[in-house]
Ligand binder design. Sequence first.
Ligand code: ADP
Length: 175
Amino acid sequence: MTLSVEIGDLTRVEADAIVNAANSMLLGGGGVDGAIHAAAGPRLLEACRRLRNTTHRDGLDVGDAVATPAFDLPASWVIHTVGPNLHRGQDDPARLASCFARSLDVAAELDVRSIAFPAVSAGAYGWPVTDVARIAVMTCRGWLAEHPEASPQDVRFVVLDERLRDVFDEALGAA
Ligand code: ADP
């Protein structure tokens, strides 16, 4: 199993699943969420609306994850998770860790082998990327060690530029 970082656009990544840094409403937004909805096409919003009308009437909790098909994206699945918003005082690292662990739980249920994460909460939600990278790497590493037989074997962090890549690289290199 591998854990890696690469520079790229999540909407172009050829992984079985990509993770969306969504908001609790699940009805699209800015940042990577907007980019994913734009690239996946209107059926993604319809699928999210269906979730809101059925299993997720109150939206998705911070730290939880849920999947939809990826429609026009190269990936098969979008796993939507909601990161904590530091600007709203949501500063609990366990909540952010839960985004990564729950996304991997959902990926395992779908038998997904490769999964690509953005730097959840490191954009509009205001978390320092060094914290996001450290928590992401620690959580995914821990999850993979605890679930050696689970399907996700190729876990990638996809970031927009070299600065973010270096931060994740450092987190990956840390013991
Ligand atoms: P949040 O609201 O959880 O902070 P954002 O979408 O604002 O989510 O930002 C999360 C991270 O995703 C940021 O580091 C941002 O630079 C990055 N990002 C935005 N668009 C893309 C994309 N198309 N591919 C990969 N990463 C992206």
